[in-house]
Design a binder for this molecule. Structure first.
Ligand code: FAD
Length: 376
């Protein structure tokens, strides 16, 4: 139970969603620190509590090795026997494997390579420079932690989502909740494919409720370079145009803050909050390095914070596309009686977050119940 939080996360990780937002059907946070962020131990306890409250018949430590169509239902093979069923809900998560680009194969053997699944704390890394690839939630958090351990850190920055931790005195995720951003439905999103691939926001959950954007990292001494484009002759080559990448992220953040301000006015609640504010633009280095010699010894380790992907190696039903993504329409997969939950923007923008499951699950289960009730 809570396998991914227990085994696949680094030691210092806390949720980036505030405690008050950690809610599952029938279980809300009732502790003393609603504005804090859970440690991994606390998340595990929360999920264990949910298993008790929900009284679901949980079987832990059982691996599903195959799901295949059988008659008008499915046959599920597990490490603990077979199950025949009419319907299956795939809730195996969106982040089962780290997503590492093929250019990793061209990194010289003298440089250690780690994914967030391998990484536990900076002490595990060799002394010397560390290249963190990817500047979304995982990348910025690991870059900050490794930099604080005294190692020189270079961070490769591609498209990213910049957010302040607090805005007008409230958690930025409170604003997203209040202004209805999380609720936006999959069939209302302009470009659903893009929305589903959006990187996670540059946020960290700390007791200080600190902002961890690229300016904060620059202040820590982290060197910013562009997206890692290729390896040639043992050199990492980075894209240029960092300034444009930064401007775009700043623009998008400001538009989101505009949405919050507009909501505060139209809801008549403007006076409850501090005054609107805008943050300093992301500071671009004077001349970002375009290449780095991986064989020089400057970089001793690469940490791939390049995202995660689901793993459907066990799913013997042809519903996975060539990119390894499940084909579904709002959680209804392309095979009768097969459903999914917990995938990016499955039915709403909040679908992959803990608090996103309740509304999605209700609607998907309604469909499933209709399917079971229909004559076949
Ligand atoms: C680094 C990181 C930080 C995150 N931080 C936050 C956060 O702050 N707030 C938030 O709301 N969300 C956060 N998320 C998203 C988070 O993953 C989801 O909110 C939540 O865990 C989704 O729950 P889930 O049950 O859908 O998937 P998961 O938690 O991934 O659970 C899926 C489960 O299925 C199991 N499984 C997979 N395949 C099989 C199989 N073949 N047989 C048996 N079991 C299988 C897995 O072992 C796992 O236990 C974060 C994700 C990551 C990767």
């Amino acid at each position: 139970m809570a396998n991914s939080w227990r085994r696949e996360r680094w030691d210092s990780l806390r949720l980036l969603t505030p405690n008050w937002q950690s809610r599952l059907p029938g279980l809300s946070y009732d502790g003393a620190d609603p504005d804090g962020y859970m440690t991994m131990g606390e998340v595990t306890e929360f999920i264990e509590r949910f298993a008790k409250v929900s009284r679901a018949p949980v079987r832990t430590g059982v691996n599903v090795t195959s799901v295949r169509r059988a008659g008008d239902g499915y046959r599920v093979t597990t490490g603990d026997g077979e199950i025949a069923c009419q319907t299956v809900v795939i809730a195996s998560g969106a982040c089962n494997r780290p997503s590492v680009p093929p250019l990793s194969e061209r990194v010289p053997a003298s440089v250690a390579q780690l994914t967030p699944f391998d990484y536990r704390d900076p002490g595990q890394l060799p002394d010397g420079g560390v290249l963190v690839v990817g500047a979304s939630a995982t990348g910025v958090q690991l870059a900050a932690e490794i930099s604080r351990s005294g190692r020189p850190v270079t961070l490769c920055v591609g498209e990213h989502v910049r957010l302040p931790r607090l805005y007008r005195g409230r958690d930025v995720l409170w604003w997203m909740d209040a202004a209805g951003v999380w609720e936006q439905r999959y069939d209302e999103v302009d470009d659903l494919n893009r929305a589903r691939r959006l990187p996670s926001p540059q946020l960290v959950g700390t007791p200080e409720r600190a902002t961890l954007d690229l300016n904060a990292l620059t202040a820590l001494g982290v060197e910013l370079v562009g997206r890692w484009a290729m390896v040639r002759d043992g050199r990492a080559l980075f894209s240029g145009g960092l300034r444009n990448v930064f401007s775009l992220a700043d623009l998008k953040m400001n538009r989101l803050l505009d949405t919050f301000d507009e909501w505060a006015l139209t809801s008549g609640r403007d006076a409850e909050f501090d005054s609107p504010e805008r943050f300093a633009p992301t500071l671009a280095p004077d001349s970002a390095r375009l290449q780095l010699d991986l064989a020089s010894g400057e970089i001793r380790a690469v940490v791939w914070a390049t995202g995660f992907r689901p793993d459907y190696g066990w799913l013997d039903v042809p519903v996975v596309d060539e990119k390894g993504r499940l084909r579904h329409e709002g959680g209804v997969a392309d095979s009768p009686g097969l459903y999914a939950l917990g995938l990016p923007v499955l039915r709403r923008r909040k679908s992959t977050f803990i608090h996103g499951i309740e509304d999605d699950a209700r609607e998907v289960v309604e469909h499933l119940a209709g399917y079971l009730a229909a004559p076949r």
